[in-house]
Ligand binder design. Structure first.
Ligand code: UD1
Length: 363
């Protein structure tokens, strides 16, 4: 049955890691005739440009953006309380058929209001270790969908494994033909999650500069660097005579992934989902300080299946990275086997499965 005119309220927190799976579900629900509203805060709203225009036009703001310092901490309960009152008013007005939370503080008002008003609700957890806010609501929702499996859930709570939904632009390139490294150009994509990663800016240009000349001259690097690091990263590549495009954020990661021979990436859940749905070999550098070291957990399945080499930050330096880059870029059959292993872990139907769970929840 199609979901004509039913409204789904999607709540997601401020990082790309929560916003991209939310976007993927929004796209799927809209395609099935649902109306969709998005509840997020100012940080999350920066990702709204990627959402379909009818969702981006009218965001339900949840004023929970974290502020620094003691004053910020002390005022947090007040801001969450105000957010909750606003969410209750909006929910009484809009009457959503379902509320889906993707984690992060900005989801507290919408998930809290849905609990109070008895609106059918579910959460999607992207990582193998449940985030703090999803944990708060884990016992107060009708369904829990998990992106990674197994996921550590609170005792007595059950989850369904759906995978991490990826954007339509990624699905459009699912299993795109892979051209393993040979004699031609070598495209290297370097992404540090939604915020960029300083450690990659410190290491990758130096590692690439240490590669043998015959590899270096064929390299073409797309490197996402934090805005404050972009200039020095650009300079480092230029000084090493390497063609590189350095940007704080690539809006066309799906295209660049499809075109590349190798990815160097953090191990956030959506980064991994994109890499495995398109199917590309990767060197993963998990963010060691992520809650519960969940990025290392995220990367494990790829390492075990041979899809990726995992370099923990503790052993990462330009030399170790150069060794791995060289090993993969000079071994086409190995790169091809890695790409195939990655593809076998991809879950291109995650958004569709999540959509089905949402539909089951609503009369
Ligand atoms: C530091 C931290 O705690 N990070 C968490 C955060 O990661 P983070 O916010 O970095 O999110 P993910 O790695 O999950 O996703 C990043 C997304 O941004 C896209 N992208 C990236 C760079 C770019 O230039 N353009 C672009 O479009 C990627 O293709 C991917 O789809 O949320 C994830 C999901 O809960 C967690 O797994 C991560 O551990």
């Amino acid at each position: 049955m199609s979901g004509a005119a039913r409204l789904a309220l999607i709540a997601a927190g401020g990082t790309g890691g929560h916003m991209f799976p939310a976007q993927a579900l929004a796209e799927r629900l809209l395609a099935d005739g649902w109306r969709v509203k998005l509840s997020t805060d100012d940080r999350g709203a920066r990702y709204a440009g990627g959402f379909p225009p009818e969702v981006a036009r009218e965001i339900v703001r949840s004023a929970t953006t974290a502020r620094g310092g003691l004053a910020g901490k002390l005022s947090a309960p007040l801001r969450i309380g105000q957010g909750l009152m606003g969410a209750l008013r909006a929910m009484r007005r809009d009457r959503p058929a379902v509320v889906v939370g993707f984690g992060g503080y900005p989801t507290i008002p919408a998930m809290g209001a849905a609990s109070i008003l008895g609106v059918p609700r579910m959460i999607h957890e992207q990582n193998g270790i449940m985030g703090r806010v999803n944990r708060i609501f884990a016992r107060r929702v009708d369904r829990i969908a998990c992106g990674t499996w197994p996921t550590e859930l609170p005792q007595g709570v059950e989850g369904a494994h759906v995978g991490n939904p990826v954007r339509q632009a990624v699905l459009d390139r699912a299993a795109a033909p892979y051209h393993p490294p040979g004699d031609g150009a070598l495209h290297l994509l370097v992404i540090g999650g939604s915020q960029g990663a300083r450690v990659l800016s410190d290491c990758v240009p130096a590692a690439v500069a240490a590669l043998p000349d015959e590899l270096r001259v064929r390299l073409q690097v797309s490197h996402q660097a934090r805005a404050e690091d972009a200039e020095r990263v650009t300079r480092a590549y230029a000084e090493a005579g390497i063609r590189a495009e350095v940007r704080p954020f690539f809006t066309d990661v799906p295209e660049r992934l499809a075109a590349c021979q190798l990815v160097v990436s953090r191990a956030g859940a959506s980064s991994i989902a994109d890499i495995t749905v398109i199917g590309r070999p990767a060197i993963l550098i998990p963010f060691a300080a992520a809650a519960g070291d969940h990025q290392t957990a995220n990367a494990r399945a790829l390492a075990e299946s041979g899809a990726a080499v995992v370099l923990p930050e503790s052993v990462l330096d330009a030399e170790s990275l150069a060794r791995d880059l060289r090993a993969i870029l000079t071994d086409g059959p190995r790169a091809k086997a890695m790409a195939e292993a990655a593809l076998s872990l991809g879950r291109p139907n995650a958004a569709a499965r999540l959509h089905d769970l949402v539909t089951e929840l609503t009369p």
